[in-house]
Design a binder for this molecule. Structure first.
Ligand code: SF4
Length: 462
């Protein structure tokens, strides 16, 4: 069979592709306006995650820690969460939403954050903050199961299920973007605006490409409001672009409030962007305007310039968030490339039943491996010891040393990407994303040819 889906066989992880569940909950929470999360665990559960997100977005943002130490780890540390909630509310008068995000240690010791929320709602909030709108939302993200992907998926569902409330139909669609960059949000909003479609974007992180203003500002905030979240139950429907990063929230809105859900495809490449726009058209009844047909045409023209001449038959390895990896693999196939190795970095047993992977299995005529629960050693070992030949690597910055050590060109894509300037600003979704991706891959190959002193005839006449 040309396409095999297998699980990593080794025990232990060497150079992980993902980090842990609380990271996903933190990434989701920064997209909400007037929200600061409290991560209930050791300080590192915030410090390193916040550093990672800040390095990626090149912005500063606020997130708190209950900073559990030895005593709390043995005897319980709920008191520290009580204090953290109080301090946050005193210090930040604008804060209305406080997710309390658990971690491995506080789940193991069994700290009852749900019970604590009931206690704080009946006590502290009534006594000290009467009349102030405050929402405490427990989010359980033990890191010994799942990954940052499941943490993101779970947090989105928890936020939506906490706030969504049926009222009058609002004529909007819910657009659950998944784990994307500010540039992706801009691109998606542009597509919807061309179609004259009003959407609630979950979660709205466009402002994490923040301006430096004359009056000074140093902290970025998400822009999905409490009202937006409440209104998700009144929408025409939900489109979740990523199956594993927002699919649960879309399913919840459908089962609980009858809001129809369309999950996927991740609009990477022309084909998937076409499907996304068709889904929007069916859900809203709004036509796809000529302006988008023209944008599509410009993207197709750009792709035609690089596909057959330069990208065809190039062997690619892709790792990172599963929807991104699968979307990139689909796009690579459309560009006549050969995605020979896909690495999905957690133990989700559902990957092998993903219809997109089944489609890949049915339609390729070369050998492809899909490794679940993978780490970066799965890539390095194949290159170093098993003769895997690659022309290109697609993935986030954590794999850059493989690219450097084995002299294989790499296009940074996904999270985190911190060793190239401004990547968070460029979309990978939509027609503009397809153009950027294809040209970035072609330029990486051109630069590699120069680096390796390859004087290929085609470059001279192009
Ligand atoms: S693995 Fe556990 S201790 Fe480490 S950052 Fe994640 S939640 Fe915190």
């Amino acid at each position: 069979m040309p396409c095999e889906v297998k699980e990593r066989e080794r025990t232990g992880i060497i150079n992980p592709i993902f980090t842990c569940q609380p990271c996903g909950a933190q990434y989701a929470s920064i997209g909400i306006r007037d929200c600061i999360g409290i991560v209930h665990g050791g300080q590192g559960c915030v410090m390193f995650v916040r550093l990672l997100i800040s390095q990626h977005l090149k912005e500063s943002f606020e997130i708190a820690s209950s900073s559990v130490h030895e005593e709390g780890a043995v005897f319980g540390a709920l008191k520290r969460v009580e204090e953290a909630v109080d301090v946050l509310l005193m210090r930040y008068p604008r804060v209305k939403v406080i997710p309390i995000i658990s971690t491995c240690s506080t789940e193991v010791i069994g700290d009852d954050i749900d019970g604590l929320v009931i206690k704080l709602n009946a006590g502290l909030l009534k006594e000290k903050y009467a009349g102030r709108e405050v929402h405490l939302i427990p989010i359980h993200t033990p890191s010994f199961v799942g990954s940052m992907i499941t943490g993101y998926n779970l947090a989105l569902k928890d936020f939506v299920s906490y706030f969504a409330k049926k009222s009058e139909p609002n004529g909007k669609i819910n657009l659950i973007t998944g784990w994307v960059n500010p540039g992706d949000v801009t691109a998606l909003k542009h597509l919807l605006s061309e179609m004259r479609v009003d959407a609630t974007v979950l979660f709205e992180i466009e402002n994490f490409d923040s301006p430096l203003m004359p009056e000074g500002n140093s902290v970025s905030h998400g822009d999905t409001s409490i009202e937006d979240l409440r209104g998700t139950a009144d929408a025409l429907g939900t489109i979740a672009l990523n199956r594993y990063e927002g699919g649960k929230a879309a399913q919840f809105l459908e089962s609980e409030f009858g809001v129809p859900a369309v999950i996927g495809p991740t609009p990477i490449g022309i084909r998937n962007t076409d499907t996304f726009l068709q889904n929007v058209r069916k859900m809203t009844g709004k036509p796809i305007p000529e302006s988008l047909v023209r944008e599509r045409g410009i993207a197709l023209d750009a792709l035609t310039d690089v596909t057959h001449m330069f990208l065809a038959d190039k062997r690619v390895a892709i790792y990172g968030n599963p929807d991104l990896v699968i979307g990139l693999a689909q796009f690579c196939l459309d560009l006549e490339m050969r995605p020979v190795l896909l690495l999905l970095g957690d133990d989700n047993s559902g990957y092998k039943d993903d219809p997109r992977i089944k489609e890949l299995q049915e339609n390729i005529d070369f050998d492809m491996e899909v490794v679940t629960n993978a780490d970066l050693w799965e890539l390095e070992d194949r290159i170093k010891n098993k003769g895997l030949k690659l022309d290109l690597i697609l993935g986030h910055s954590k794999g850059r040393f493989i690219s450097i050590d084995y002299d294989i060109p790499m296009v940074r894509v996904g999270f985190p990407t911190y060793d190239r300037a401004g990547l968070y600003r460029y979309p990978v979704v939509g027609y503009s994303g397809a153009t950027w991706l294809a040209e970035a891959m072609a330029n990486a190959l051109f630069a590699d040819m120069e680096h390796k002193h390859v004087r290929e005839w085609s470059l001279n006449v192009w």
